[in-house]
Write a protein that binds this ligand. Sequence first.
Ligand code: ZN
Length: 65
Amino acid sequence: MTECYADPGDPEPAPAAPSAPLAAGEPRADCVLCGKPTEYPATQPGLTMCPVCEWQEAQRTACSG
Ligand SMILES: [Zn+2]
């Protein structure tokens, strides 16, 4: 049995939206993987990833193990 499968009838999940909206002119944190600006403020604690890298990480971890 495997939990790693793709349902062709299911649309891919959209990247999660940031919990707090960015204020105008607020600097954004850079993606730790690709260096592109993320949707998170620079004050966001922890590792910040852009929606693309977040999605890719989610796919990777979902099928690991
Ligand atoms: Zn990225």
